[in-house]
Ligand binder design. Structure first.
Ligand SMILES: Cc1cc2nc3c(=O)[nH]c(=O)nc-3n(C[C@H](O)[C@H](O)[C@H](O)COP(=O)(O)O)c2cc1C
Length: 444
């Protein structure tokens, strides 16, 4: 299948991350266009593109930008600065696309952010990057320095009278700091705990100022949208999810990695493009949108990987990471491994999430060890119903999605564990390990 490539077109070319390379391939022309057409027209174009946030929730980007107040003032009537924040935390297991953009195509992110700054009237931007991404942080910083030297950042950008400064801020590697309000707290030097909403970041964001938060990939496709027009980007996807997307495929496929494909691509096609299930085995389950998405069975994968189709199927397109599990995988063990991750990463602010993820993890260890009972299976449902939708942020929903789908769709496997008191298949841990190993590999 030949697809148009937006972000990965030049990814295998030497020095594709440099400013010279970017400029030689039309880089920063969209920024010039942005200054010509002005803020309202930029937002209109992004709305027409049907671009939806690539960080997980799939919120329409143009609409988010239009929520930013035009001329905010403080209690004394003084104008308030507006900020832009790029979420480069990328902590979702099974998702490893943003680091590819930052290391191979950093100027598309920077240009996208300056265009967004023009659209929403921001004077300052922060790229909040996962602490472990040393290399990416270094590449980004040097790209920012180069862009500033050429007048694409800083004061009076390209003679437009617009000032915009961009900073790289390194996080400390906590999954919860990917949640936008926890990220803002962390950016302010506070403990990375989510905030109650409302107020939303567009009203009270970083340092109390109106702030627009978007994912790396969301910003990085904006130059394409301005260059080719919103309708062209929209035409690459489905009716309500425009464009291509970087899909991450991990687990038991022949060629794990990152694939830039249309949002129309079905989950089955994605697995085929990644070489199919490893070793010619049968497919058992897929977690389609990063670890937080409910699992799909082998009979449920003939649906496009767009936000609406995935939601209709009872799961999420999320951050675009498909974790593939073959017939050899023990679903109980795979879910148990995920739960240990969530138990460790819950920030502990809400008791439902803190205690719930802990008890679920303990119960799964018990079931895995052949010490579970039928009562445990009912208890899992009860604990999950006390977690989902009951907390400050969506972390608890992220825990219960894969767990409930596993227990409901693979009930017989859980029953087997309870009855046989043993784990029949023990390779799930290797599936999850493989996700780590496969991070960062691109197939384009
Ligand atoms: C627990 C949790 C973790 C998240 N982690 C990330 C992340 O690593 N990167 C990201 O872009 N969004 C993440 N999000 C989503 C953000 O809160 C937010 O919706 C997103 O950054 C908005 O950008 P977008 O509209 O471009 O998708 C996470 C959400 C939750 C609840």
């Amino acid at each position: 299948m030949m697809e148009e490539k937006i972000l990965t077109k030049h990814i295998n070319t030497l020095n594709c991350h440099t400013l010279d390379f970017y400029l030689a391939n039309g880089g920063y022309n969209s920024l010039k266009k942005a200054f010509e057409i002005g803020s309202d027209a930029i937002i209109e174009e992004v709305k027409k593109s049907n671009l939806r946030g690539r960080g997980g929730a799939g919120f329409p980007t143009g609409m988010k930008w239009s929520f930013m107040p035009k001329n905010p003032v403080d209690a004394k009537g003084n104008p308030k600065p507006k900020y832009l924040v790029c979420n480069a935390d990328e902590g979702e297991p099974g998702t490893f696309k943003d680091r590819l953009i930052m290391s191979k195509n950093p100027h598309s992110l920077i240009e996208g952010m300056v265009i967004a700054a023009k659209a929403v009237g921001a004077c300052r931007g922060y790229i909040y990057i996962r602490g472990e991404f040393f290399k990416e942080a270094r590449i980004l910083q040097s790209a920012i320095d180069d862009a500033r030297k050429k007048g694409f950042l800083g004061k009076d950008i390209l003679g437009s009278k617009m000032d915009f400064e961009l900073f790289v801020y390194r996080g400390a590697g906590a999954y919860i700091c990917g949640e936008e309000s926890a990220l803002l707290n962390s950016l302010e030097g506070k403990r990375g705990e989510p905030r109650l909403k409302p107020p939303f970041p567009a009203q009270v964001g970083a340092f109390g100022m109106p702030t627009c938060v978007n994912n790396v990939e969301t910003f990085a496709v904006v130059p394409y949208i301005l260059e080719h027009g919103g309708p062209k980007f929209a035409s690459l996807g489905t009716e309500k999810s425009g464009g291509t997307r970087l899909f991450c495929v991990s687990g038991q496929v022949e060629r794990p990695g990152i694939y830039e494909l249309s949002m129309r691509t079905t989950l089955r096609e994605l697995i085929d493009i990644a070489g199919g299930v490893r070793g010619g085995k049968k497919l058992k389950a897929v977690i389609p949108g990063g670890a937080s998405a409910p699992m799909l069975t082998a009979t449920e994968i003939d649906i496009p990987m767009c936000f609406d189709a995935m939601m209709k199927a009872g799961t999420m397109a999320g951050s675009g990471g498909a974790i593939v599990m073959s017939e050899d995988v023990c679903i109980v063990e795979a879910t148990s491994i995920l739960l240990r991750f969530y138990e460790h990463e819950s920030c502990g602010q809400c008791s439902q999430c803190r205690e719930g993820s802990h008890w679920l993890a303990r119960m799964f260890v018990r079931i895995e060890a052949g010490k579970g009972t039928h009562k445990d299976l009912e208890m899992i449902e009860r604990i999950c119903s006390n977690m989902a939708g009951q907390t400050i942020c969506a972390f608890a929903d992220a825990v219960t999605g894969p767990v409930l789908s596993a227990v409901r769709k693979f009930r017989s496997e859980f029953e087997d564990h309870v009855r046989q008191r043993r784990c029949p298949q023990k390779i799930a841990s290797r599936t999850i390990d493989a996700m780590e190993i496969d991070r960062g590999r691109a197939h384009v």
